[in-house]
Design a protein around this ligand. Sequence first.
Ligand SMILES: Nc1ncnc2c1ncn2[C@@H]1O[C@H](COP(=O)(O)OP(=O)(O)OP(=O)(O)O)[C@@H](O)[C@H]1O
Length: 548
Amino acid sequence: MTPFKRFRGLLKVDKKDIYQIFLYSILAGVISLSLPLGIQSIVNFLQAGKVSTSWIVLVIIVVLGVAMVGVFRIMQYRITENLQQKIFVRSSFEFAYRFPKMKFSKLYPYLPEELANRFFDTLNVQKGVSKLLLDISGAALQVIFGIILLSLYHSFFILFGMMLIVLLYLIFRLNFSSGVATSLKESNYKYKVAHWLQEIARNHMSFKNKRVFNFSLDKNDDLVGGYLKGRESHFDILRRQFIQLTGFKVLMTAGLLIIGGLLVLNQQMNIGQFVAAEIIILNITNAVEKLFSGTELFYDVLASLEKIGKVMDIELDAEEEGQYKLNEKPIAIETRGLSYKFPDSDQFVLKDVSMEIAQGDRILIEGPNGSGKTTLARLLSRVIEPTEGMLYINGTNYKKYSLEDFRFNISTINVNDNVFEGTILENITCKNPDISLARIVSVMEDLKLAEYIKSLPNGLDTKVHSGGKQLSSSIVEKILLVRCVLSDPRMIFLEEPLENVDKDSAKEIIDYMTAKDKPWTLVVISKNPYWKSKCNKSFYMEQGTLKN
Ligand SMILES: Nc1ncnc2c1ncn2[C@@H]1O[C@H](COP(=O)(O)OP(=O)(O)OP(=O)(O)O)[C@@H](O)[C@H]1O
């Protein structure tokens, strides 16, 4: 999709509001037109030395006209304010809705946090769109109306006006594509710089070392260099456009002054009309100035829409209606000849995996680094789709169950998972009102978290920072596990859990997770030998295949 199409799509949603803004612009434009006409008549009256009732009426009409334009403006501001609020709300929900639903295979080439930064471009769109709608639509109308009005004075102005509009359009067309392209290039570097700063911030401890510190500054220098280059090339387009527009203004002013002067000299126009024409010319010149600043903004808005649009274009998981519903029992999974390769690679990372996981099984997946354990768990938990082979859930083709239903019934803890900003209670219950406090306390005791929570002055209401900064890594692991158990899963996938928990506590937690009475099927990837002693089955992976 081109940036311009995205822009049109954005406006389409709020078509009604935009029509209203245009309507007020047209009304204000028409009234503004009457201003020079009124002034022309006032000058004529004054020249004739008459202060008549008509003169007073005319003054009142002109003043009222100015007031009316103000009223229309206020109405426009109200609508654009609503529009800005809607753009913000819509964009934030789009981001919040989409990230968890993005297809893993489409998202993995990106760093999700970096993509989330693009939300800030919403602010550019918000401000830009309202300014474009208010100022630029007004300015464009002013140019058109002004030229129409001038043409009333003499037919010669019609030709001149049309020539100017064509010229203005040509200037716009000439610079449009390169204006958007360079603005996008500049924006790309802006994100690269922001991303690098994020990396430095995230690894600030490692960057304290002088050598790493120097490297960080050198890399920043490279990226900023790219940004400045991008900016310069964008500025070149703006400068070119400015020179062309200045030429346009010079041509217009000179042309209109000369034509106006000649018409006065030839007595085809009186002085009042000449003054009025001057006001119109001044209006048109100001409007052209606004159009120039508007195009600069327009390029930036299109670039911002493109940056946001690339995130919105990432394909989401299919939301098909499932034919069957999962029941209350633990889930069973079977695979036959399952193979997987990443979309941009020709090598299979999983080859011909056939396995059976019965209801209530406690399964351990083992194997050396890079053997495909995580990929297998992702296939079983339907994060990714098999390239070849079959996957059965409770004995049926996995596609018969909707992804939503399946995900509602499983719980996964991945190696990089962490707590989110909020209270500990929010982190373990996600504000689910069906989970009683007694249950929370009991699960926390079973998973060895209760003692720690009791030691906190605010207990479960203690706020945790994003990434669990003030928490020890073992506490984070326990919080994630409590959340997992409290979500009542029928199947649990754990990737390297309890790596940081003390041996004795880990044993007790493993005993709990693998106990026969627990209503789930469990799949664990771990190097801890205690899991093996408690699981009823284990699979050993090697170079993408299952070894028996
Ligand atoms: N995005 C990717 N594109 C291409 N290959 C990938 C990608 N991600 C992982 N791989 C490859 O897939 C193979 C299996 O990786 P996987 O993470 O499943 O192994 P693992 O057994 O879980 O490893 P570890 O024990 O180190 O976590 C590895 O060879 C890895 O290099």
